[in-house]
Design a protein around this ligand. Structure first.
Ligand code: MLT
Length: 230
């Protein structure tokens, strides 16, 4: 599913959905949970996010790539890996990533994918019988390059064992094969990389393009995302 605008065309019931927002929500969630954040609750609105403060949560998120005023954390993976987050619960709202998680709720299982945990995601999916939907969060219902590349990376690694019955997966795989030697370089003219460049996010782009820094699979359980080993 290359855009949230297309998600209604996919029946999610009974399927495993991999939510993908490489820049940067799903990379942040992965980095945080892999380095000591206890759990992460994704929510859709700023108001709901703030309601978690009284429960002792750190409040995190962005709109249009910018940290929300008064929040504890923005949406850089480095925020989530900081010492102040160790052992903490975090609530997060973002422009596209957390919205895609919410749209995935009819699925049987929702897992969080990023280049940072690519092999863990693939290993996890290899054990499953269910159909898989790779759900690209995109940007405001539009296609984006980085999420499609990651979907293509998963498609490439599962190509021998999984039947790909969708042209979007085939196209994403071809795109990834062109980009695989230098993901960050391939992305340099893409819209969100330019946007993050204007917001001092160049270091985030480099970090979020790294493959297999972590070996966890974040899984949504109830309303919380928790780390699992693949
Ligand atoms: C999103 O959810 O749209 C993104 O994570 C935006 C960002 O912070 O780069």
């Amino acid at each position: 599913c290359l855009s949230p605008a297309l998600v209604d065309l996919h029946e999610l019931e009974g399927k495993i959905v991999v939510v993908i927002d490489i820049l940067r929500a799903t990379s942040c969630i992965t980095a945080g949970l892999a380095t000591g954040v206890e759990k992460i609750v994704p929510v859709a609105t700023i108001e709901e996010t703030l309601s978690y403060r009284q429960k002792g949560f750190l409040v995190a998120g962005e709109r249009n790539g910018k940290k929300i005023e008064g929040f504890d954390l923005g949406n850089s993976p480095f925020n989530y890996m900081a010492r102040e987050c160790q052992g903490k619960s975090v609530v997060i709202t973002t422009t596209n990533g957390t919205q895609a998680i919410k749209k995935s709720l009819p699925a049987k299982e929702i897992i969080i994918g990023s280049f940072l945990n690519l092999s863990a995601i693939v290993k996890y999916l290899q054990h499953k019988q269910e159909d898989i939907v790779l759900f690209c969060a995109g940007w405001k219902n539009r296609f984006n390059m980085e999420d499609t590349l990651f979907a293509g990376a998963v498609a490439e690694q599962l190509a021998q064992e999984v039947e790909m019955n969708c042209d979007a997966s085939l196209a994403a795989r071809q795109l990834f094969l062109q980009a695989r030697e230098d993901i960050a370089g391939f992305l340099q003219n893409s819209s969100h990389v330019k946007r993050l460049g204007r917001l001092n996010g160049a270091e985030d782009v480099q970090f979020c393009s790294k493959i297999d820094k972590f070996d966890i699979v974040p899984i949504l359980q109830g309303n919380e995302i928790l780390p699992h080993l693949p």
